[in-house]
Design a binder for this molecule. Structure first.
Ligand SMILES: O=C([O-])C(=O)C[C@H](O)[C@@H](O)C(=O)[O-]
Ligand SMILES: [Mg+2]
Length: 435
């Protein structure tokens, strides 16, 4: 009898714990991060008592899908990962909550019912893989076919930021200080390097007029000669502005990320510059690949394993990218260690991963794990322990859930515009292109 057949890997219980996690006042083209952001922690428990954990976006529209989805998993086999997609199709999406337009709050491209469902599926897929790995005594990367590298490289994700959340807003104090000009950005990059050893740097742009952001990248290039640099204004620029920035920074950029909004605009930019274009906005689903690749709109796709539907779909995306000679790497949004571990496992198995992955994790002072995940030299060692190789800290989870319960509802949905209006009551989310 194999280890698997000797155990009862029927899903007996699924626990969903929405939480609010502290987030610093990071600026983007839509506004500023709220002091707390919602995440959902998923636990899948088998009949023989093996537990696996997953994590995804925790806004109300995700919770509303995750709850009926979780109920449908009871009595299903843990190993039926393909079946998760069939189950997801059976869960109704409240279409009034889905905008067939750019998801301005999340800056994650067009939001569709499918993308919502896939973001929910991803947390359950990760939890099932974690439990399966624990049951079999194998790390998640082994379940994905095996790691092809022992460590995964991440880039420092630099943000313009305020020192504190606006006056009157309750939030955790962070120790990063403000970064609102080129000197502040360089100081932040130095701190990232000192604390985590990162050697590649991405600046979240679209916050200040392009010339100021050009100056910030120039300052980074001077401070870190020869290091890979990226600038991501989340589609805030016109085609002309994108081309001007590409001309001015072409000698120092590894790539420009979503300079203009949408595949047609990205294709126009790509046709007139040699600077590679990356995206986590115009190619966010399999359905968007054909147009973008045939038009040559993007040279690197940044997978967010949440909205691509999990780790196995991320590998499928990597295979499609490989076929078309398009690069692949990873994007992240405000997240905790479970998602970082999941990213690290899948990234370790992708042969054509030639760019350091993004992670917001250093901005998160809180986690639900017993131990924070450590970076060394900007890399995370790929865990070989069974499952994801992480342990849930129930006290921390309960405390963050308590914060979610105590919230009056205002922070349960990420809303960068609303957060900006606290500081600037006249703020209106900019219409793109902004510059
Ligand atoms: O690479 C990206 O586009 C992101 O990380 C999207 C995020 O929503 C980011 O803009 C943020 O958290 O402000
Ligand atoms: Mg991006």
């Amino acid at each position: 009898m194999t280890a698997e057949t000797s155990r009862d890997l029927t899903i007996a219980e699924v626990r969903l714990t929405p939480i609010l996690i502290a987030d610093p006042p990071l600026l983007n083209t839509q506004g500023v991060h709220q002091p707390y952001t919602p995440r959902l922690i998923v636990e899948v428990v088998t009949a023989d008592g093996t537990t696996g954990v997953g994590e995804t976006y925790g806004d109300t529209k995700y919770l509303e899908l995750a709850r009926p989805f979780a109920a449908k998993l009871i009595d299903r086999r843990l190993t039926d990962l393909n079946g998760l997609f069939t189950v997801a199709d059976e869960v109704a999406v409240d279409r009034s909550r889905v905008h067939d337009q750019v998801d301005v709050g999340g800056l994650r491209g067009v939001q569709t019912a499918d993308k919502l469902r896939l973001s929910v599926v991803s947390a359950f897929e990760v939890a099932c893989l974690d439990a399966l790995g624990k049951a079999l005594g194998l790390p998640v990367h082994a379940l994905l076919g095996g790691k092809v590298r022992d460590a995964v490289e991440y880039s420092a994700y630099l943000f313009y930021k305020w020192a504190d959340h606006p006056e009157g807003v309750v939030g955790e104090k962070d120790d990063w200080g403000a970064a609102l000009d080129p000197a502040g950005v360089v100081a932040q990059a130095l701190t990232f390097k000192e604390r985590y050893g990162f050697t590649s740097f991405k600046l979240k742009g679209g916050v200040f007029p392009p010339d100021e952001e050009i100056a910030a990248i120039r300052a980074l290039a001077e401070a870190f000669p020869g290091h890979p640099l990226r600038l991501d204004p989340n589609g805030a620029w016109s085609v002309e502005t994108s081309l001007r920035v590409a001309r001015e920074l072409g000698d120092v950029l590894e790539y420009l990320e979503d300079p203009a909004l949408g595949t047609p605009a990205m294709a126009e930019v790509a046709a007139k510059t040699d600077v590679p274009l990356a995206t986590n906005m115009c190619v966010t689903t399999f359905a968007e690949i054909q147009e973008a690749f045939t038009r040559g709109a993007v040279q690197v796709v940044l997978s967010d394993h949440h909205y691509w539907g999990g780790l196995r779909n991320t590998r499928e995306l990597a295979a499609v990218c490989r076929t078309f000679g398009v690069g692949v790497s990873m994007h992240s949004n405000t997240h905790l260690g479970i998602s970082l571990a999941a990213m690290t496992h899948v990234a370790s198995t992708v042969p054509n991963l030639h760019h350091a992955c993004d992670t917001h994790y250093p901005w998160q002072s809180e986690d639900v794990l017993t131990e924070r995940i450590a970076f060394e030299g900007g890399r995370i060692a790929v865990p070989d322990a069974p499952g994801l190789g992480v342990t849930l800290d129930r006290d921390k989870l309960a405390a963050l859930h308590r914060r979610w319960l105590d919230d009056d509802g205002t922070l349960r949905d990420r809303d960068d515009d609303a957060a900006m209006r606290v500081a600037d009551p006249g703020w209106v989310a900019p219409v793109m292109p902004r510059w």
